[in-house]
Design a protein around this ligand. Structure first.
Ligand SMILES: Nc1ncnc2c1ncn2[C@@H]1O[C@H](COP(=O)(O)OP(=O)(O)OP(=O)(O)O)[C@@H](O)[C@H]1O
Ligand SMILES: [Mg+2]
Length: 397
């Protein structure tokens, strides 16, 4: 039986580069080698694509001077890696030269989980795992994600947002005639007015986030005004669009895994007990002291509501393939909010996404099989569409 050639892409120009390497290593190890031929491709922090079986090591070591540079052309007639150097070593790489059957982008954050990589794979006409261009882009942007959830009647916490440029202009007392896109946008205000609006409409503490990022990179929980101003500067290092959210009081962190294309299913919910005041980068990856409770201890009806809301959020944001949907659940009231949707969630053996499916009866390798099948199904569906139009007269000549 010809094996399915799976290209696994990892690393990337993102604050979550390291997380991606760990996730991808786990996926590559778990792919059934009797069914799949795995071709690793690492994207260095510089954006260089590095092919070959030692690409994980090269990325971890941060070595960029290697002959194994390669590129996936956007030309749908290629569908394989082409070396970008004339080095003999690159030309001898057996991973180059043969077409891929499917691509598994295990990239987190901007330039990988945000629709850009998905766009390249669409142009290359290759099947790929996970959300498409639109679902990836709207879920990476937490402001747009929240706006779509509000429109779909999916509960979210109160929020405001602004462009860092408007904050800076306000600081320089320059008049700002920006037309606010939505009622939640902070514009045409002085910095003092912005701060007052945040404090009155969202209260303190408030969460300040780069709109497009993940792994809690650039996120601050601001308890008072001074921290708030510092938090805006911190978030602005990662994105010029900044989201401000009311803190869900004394909230439990509930997560649900979703799997499928247009008729997705939801796993049992799980709970995260962060080791810090909130689930920041260190609590996620460094301290090793946060705990996961799977399944989460929830009344059955509440668990069902949260699962159903996860699917509604997934569909409202045009997701496909997979996503981990995170919720904040108020302890006192059992009121819950959809916090965010991650279209390429952490994928290590201990990550919530695969563990929730395991607890729902789908093993890690079965999950990988299903994700690859969903990718091929979507690609076949797309390839049945016309990509050209035959006008009755050649008016353009
Ligand atoms: N409005 C809020 N109220 C209470 N806690 C919050 C709120 N927003 C974020 N948090 C805390 O911050 C953490 C990170 O926030 P969020 O999930 O939005 O960021 P992220 O960078 O996309 O994380 P990841 O993609 O790794 O899940 C949450 O897990 C939670 O602990
Ligand atoms: Mg996220």
């Amino acid at each position: 039986m010809k094996k399915t050639r799976v290209c696994v892409i990892f690393g990337g120009r993102s604050g979550e580069h390291e997380v991606s390497i760990v996730s991808a290593t786990s996926v590559m190890n778990a792919l059934d080698k009797s069914k799949y031929e795995v071709i690793p491709v690492g994207i260095a922090k510089s954006g260089r694509w590095i092919a070959g079986n030692n690409s994980v090591q090269l990325l971890k070591s941060g070595i960029e001077d290697t002959p194994f540079y390669a590129m996936l052309p956007a030309d749908p007639n290629e569908q394989k890696l082409l070396p970008t150097t004339n080095s003999v070593e690159a030309r001898q790489l057996d991973s180059l030269g043969e077409k891929f059957d499917v691509v598994f982008p295990v990239l987190h954050g901007p330039y990988g989980e945000d629709g850009t990589m998905q766009g390249l794979l669409e142009l290359a006409n290759l099947p790929y795992v996970g959300a498409g261009v639109l679902g990836s882009a709207v879920c990476m942007d937490k402001v747009v994600q929240k706006q779509l959830c509000v429109q779909a009647g999916v509960p979210v916490v109160k929020f405001l947002w602004m462009y860092y440029g408007d904050w800076q202009q306000a600081g320089m007392k320059l008049s700002n005639t920006a037309i606010p896109a939505t009622p939640q946008q902070l514009s045409n205000l002085s910095q003092a007015e912005i701060i007052t609006k945040i404090e009155t409409e969202l209260g303190l503490p408030v969460f300040v986030k780069p709109a497009n990022m993940g792994s809690s990179v650039g996120i601050t929980k601001a308890h008072e005004r001074k921290e708030l101003i510092h938090a805006i500067e911190e978030a602005a290092q990662y994105d010029h669009k900044i989201l401000l959210e009311a803190a869900a009081p004394n909230a439990r962190e509930i997560e649900v895994s979703v799997l499928g294309n247009t008729q997705p299913k939801a796993s049992v919910p799980g709970e995260v007990i962060p080791s810090n005041e909130f689930y920041d980068y260190d609590a996620k990856y460094v301290d090793g002291a946060s705990t996961l409770i799977i399944p989460a201890e929830l009344p059955a009806e509440l668990a069902a509501q949260i699962r159903e809301t996860a699917i509604r959020g997934f569909l409202a944001c045009s997701c496909e393939g997979m996503a981990r949907v995170d919720f904040l659940l108020e302890r006192q009231t059992n009121r819950f909010y959809l916090n965010e949707i991650n279209t390429i969630p952490g994928f290590t053996q201990i990550s919530m996404y695969p563990k929730l499916w395991e607890a729902t009866g789908l093993s890690y390798s079965q999950l990988l099989d299903e994700l690859i099948q969903l990718a091929i199904e979507r690609h076949q569906r797309k390839n049945s569409l016309k990509t050209s139009y035959q006008p009755k007269k050649e008016w353009y000549k």
